[in-house]
Design a protein around this ligand. Structure first.
Ligand code: GLC
Length: 422
């Protein structure tokens, strides 16, 4: 009896001790689409396994707003967030406020595409682990293209023509809310991605080239932006000037747009059982800028990082390694169409079944164009804000592209040390 009592006591003490040793980690996951839900499920599996607890910090679904929030938190040295989901263009911005993950990764980063690892390595420190890759894609209504005997457009001119035609015909037959093409036109990071795609597709360069030269003031870039401005109010609702990813998805998923530019996450949500367009959605690479142009998707994606101010860096790094592991990336690809950062997962049967387009779009992913974040480092957010503001002025009809881009070029050169970014 005494023995049993002692055993119970020891067990109780062990449990209490276990509790006392347990930590609570705070994680900020994304919040576009099902981001938050799926992050919660995987993080809770880790919590169960390790006997720790997780609190989830809600983030805005606008990348630029999230950047502002992180800045406020990190610049005040706050320990409120341990693990942060950071954008592919932020390693240079936050490098000094994130821990080096190499002592904890046991080389796990080498499973990912080397270019992503290079992007997450700043001055030899691995400041984040790749989690999923994004690239801009064209989503279209298969049923509507079939109805009007049209193919998937391969140039922006074709897209414009098909969108106008279907929009007109659908409205005439009673579908008054129908629009031809929706995308991200709000003055924020998403517009920098869309505008870079148009400009680069017309061979107008990447705003700032790899050697740090500002290239944005050129006729091809101006042509691309002026063409996009013409869509506004014709095939695209004027409200696009305030659209982020989720706004565009809302219109498309409600069945009110023929074409949409968005990221891969939309695939799984648009095909959910409650989606009005389920089974009627196709995905392709974005159109080319004319016969001599190219199809360009902006390179995006998210990483997981540990704040330098975390009180539990070792545990936080352990959570990051779990969430970015092949096992979790596979689940996320199957359940929420997040493109894995681990090449071998693209030949996984389950991943291919859930996302039949993913493999055929691998070349699109490989050819994705990076925003000039590596070359501008900690100044990238200012560079991007100037770029999206210039693009927004043109789209809103307040300026011609040639003028807006000439002004932008002067300003970006002024911002660069010695007129050239290194
Ligand atoms: C997506 C991309 C990210 C980009 C953002 C812009 O989330 O993955 O890289 O900055 O969209 O809105």
């Amino acid at each position: 009896m005494v023995k049993i009592k002692a055993a119970v006591l020891i067990l109780a003490l062990m449990l209490v001790a276990g509790r006392a040793g347990a930590a609570t980690l705070r994680i900020a996951c994304g919040s576009a689409g099902v981001d938050q839900d799926i992050c919660r499920v995987s993080a809770n599996v880790w919590a169960e396994k390790t006997g720790n607890q997780i609190e989830f910090v809600n983030m805005p679904n606008d990348a630029s707003e999230t950047l502002t929030l992180y800045r406020q938190l990190l610049n005040s040295g706050s320990d409120q967030i341990d693990v942060m989901q950071i954008d592919a263009v932020w390693p240079g911005i936050f490098a000094n406020q994130l821990i080096d993950l190499r002592p904890y990764s046991k080389g796990q980063e080498h499973q990912s595409f080397p270019s992503l690892v290079a992007n997450d390595t700043v001055n030899g420190r691995l400041v984040a682990m790749p989690w999923f890759i994004d690239t801009g894609l064209l989503f279209y209504r298969k049923d509507l293209l079939e109805k009007y005997h049209l193919n998937v457009p391969t140039t922006w001119d074709e897209l414009d023509a098909y969108a106008s035609r279907i929009q007109r015909a659908e409205r005439a037959s009673g579908n008054e809310k129908m629009w031809g093409f929706v995308w991200q036109g709000r003055a924020y990071e998403g517009l920098s991605c869309d505008a870079l795609e148009w400009i680069s597709s017309y061979n107008g360069g990447d705003v700032i080239d790899d050697r740090g030269q500002v290239t944005v003031d050129n006729p091809a870039a101006a042509r691309a932006l002026d063409l996009a401005a013409k869509w506004v109010g014709s095939i695209t609702p004027r409200a696009v000037l305030n659209y982020g990813e989720e706004d565009a998805r809302g219109v498309f998923q409600a069945g009110n747009a023929v074409f949409m530019r968005n990221w891969p996450y939309v695939w799984s949500i648009a095909n959910r059982s409650d989606s009005p367009v389920r089974g009627r959605v196709g995905i392709a690479s974005l159109p080319k800028g004319g016969a001599d142009g190219k199809s360009v998707g902006a390179l995006g994606g998210w990483q997981l990082a540990v704040s330098r101010y975390s009180r539990n860096p070792k545990l936080a790094a352990n959570l990051v390694m779990y969430l970015t592991s092949a096992e979790v990336q596979r689940k996320r690809a199957i359940q929420a169409s997040f493109n894995p950062t681990i090449p071998s997962l693209y030949s996984d049967k389950g991943v291919r079944q859930a996302n039949p387009y993913m493999v055929s779009l691998l070349p699109t992913l490989n050819a994705a164009v990076a925003r000039p974040s590596a070359v501008t480092g900690s100044e990238y957010s200012e560079v991007s804000a100037q770029f999206w503001n210039a693009a927004h002025e043109v789209l809103a009809g307040h300026d011609h592209a040639a003028n807006a881009l000439a002004k932008l070029s002067v300003s970006l050169k002024r911002l660069a040390p010695n007129g050239v970014w290194q």
